[in-house]
Each structure stands twice: as structure tokens, then as C-alpha cells.
Design a protein. Sequence first.
Length: 319
Amino acid sequence: MDKFKNRLNDAYFKYLFFNYNFLHFLFDLLNCIFEKCPLPCVTEKITKATLEDRELLTYHEGEKTARLDVNTIINDNIIIDIEAQCKVDKTIVNRSLFYASRLLSTQQMEGKPYDQVQPVIIINILKENHFPDKPNDYITISGTTDITNNIIASDTVTTTPNPQTLLTDKQHFIFIEACKCVKFGDPNHRLTKWMTYLSSTTDDVIQDLAKNDKIFQQVLEAEKAFRGTTSKMSEYSFYESARNKIAFEAMQVKAEAKAEAKAEAKAEAKAEAEAEVAETVAKVTAEAEAKVAEAEARAAEAETKTAEAEARAAEAEAK
């Protein structure tokens, strides 16, 4: 399939939503998502976003890296990761849990109480159907439980987490199946329009979206600029490739530095231990030699006294 017919491909999706020039696209998409599935931690419309590093670096040997699609902090206090998935991924739930855990655990929390942990929301936009047991439901909210450990998930698109029974509002997972949304969603809702745009391969359908809709008119202009020349695509692909290469090289340098530091620390520890052992041996040897010398001196003194006693005894016998 032509990459431009598949608007959920990595390069274009990031170009459209991980771009300070197009933050209004990101706001529009997120606001219509939270209008359809409101969460207790999102209390107002999204009007501000900071684009964060998509590469979640490792800090310990053996850790798995994570490379996100769209990593952003909205309204200064909520972390959102949006993932675009073109093919069926049976590990999508576990992968989302892994990403959320990393985004929670790497927050700068030193000296802060735990109630200041920023909420993390993982949004997966899925081109293919991932939940066949829910044939008519195109949004699944999962990952939050109440005190009885019951999953609060949307079997219908109108079911949303109840703030009064939530165990925590710090972690949420949203799965949107685009094709189902197009088929069963309200055609006038912006979420349905976005899913239509991102999943449709028919130009006429895409053009219809832009009629009397300023946002989608601008989206089509952005798409035209992106695919109008190969240079734009090549530029972005080169950027992604270079970025990944730099990240990989940084990981290698980090691993080498850790190995070198570990070897140096081991050598220093060994040298310190050997020096300590040598010092201890020298001290013990010196103390032992001193005691031997002292004992020899006492023995010599005893021999002298014995000789003197024998001499006096001989003298007494002679008299």
C-alpha cells in the first residue's frame, strides 16, 4: 500500500501530531477523544502541549528501551503517549502497560509526595480490529480498577470510569479501533472524522471531510506539503533514521562507559583490597616479630639469671 494511503504509518503520523507547527491538530484529536471517553484526570479542554523525548532511555543493565510515537505533556500536568498501529499486535496491551510503567517511574519525583505523580494516558489508534469479542464497540478503556478489583472498561462507547470507584486516576489505557469507529461511530463526531481520515484509502472520502471544516482543510494542506515532493518524506525519514542511529550510538557509548567504569571500579577495589591485605600482613608480621624479639629477650634474661644463680650456688658450696 502507498504510504500516503496509510496515514497511520510512523513517519506521517509523527509529522502530523508530533510537530509544534501542527499542535492544533493534536489538540483537536485529543479533545474529541476525551469528549467521547472522558477521564477524571482530564478536567478541561487541551490547549497546551509540550512535546517530550520519544526515546525512553535505560538506566540499568538489561533494561528494555522504549520508543514512543507521540509523547507529550498536556496542560502542564498529564502525560499522554499516542501510538499508531497499522497491523494486529497481540502484545498491544502488555506493550501499553510497559510504556505507562516507564512514563510513571521515570518522572522527577525526588522530594515530592506520591500524590504529585502525573497521570499517564496511553492512547492506541488501531487500524485493524484487535478486540473481536467486542464487534460493535470501537473504544475500549482499560487499566483502571475499583476497590473490588473489577475492570472498568467500555463494553459500549458510553461506559466511562466512575471517579467515585476508581482505585487511581494516574494510569489509563484507551484503544480506538479506527475501522469500527468509521462503521459504527457518529459520522458527525470529530473522532469519527479523524478515524476516517487516518484509516481511509479513498480520496473522495478524504476530500468530503474537508468541506466546511477548517481543521481538515489545513490537514490536507499539511499532507500535500508532506507528500508533494519526495524531499519532505526523505527529510523526515532521514531525521528519524539519524535520530534512531544517535539513540543507538548513545546506548552503545553508555554501555561501554558502564563497562569501563565497572572494570575501573573492580580494579580499584582489587587494588584497595590488596593494599589493605598487604598492610594487614605487614602489621601482623611486625607485631609477631616484635613479640618474638620480646620473648627472646625475656629468655636471654632468664638464662642470665639462671647462670647467676648457678654461680652463687657453686660459690656457696666452695665455702
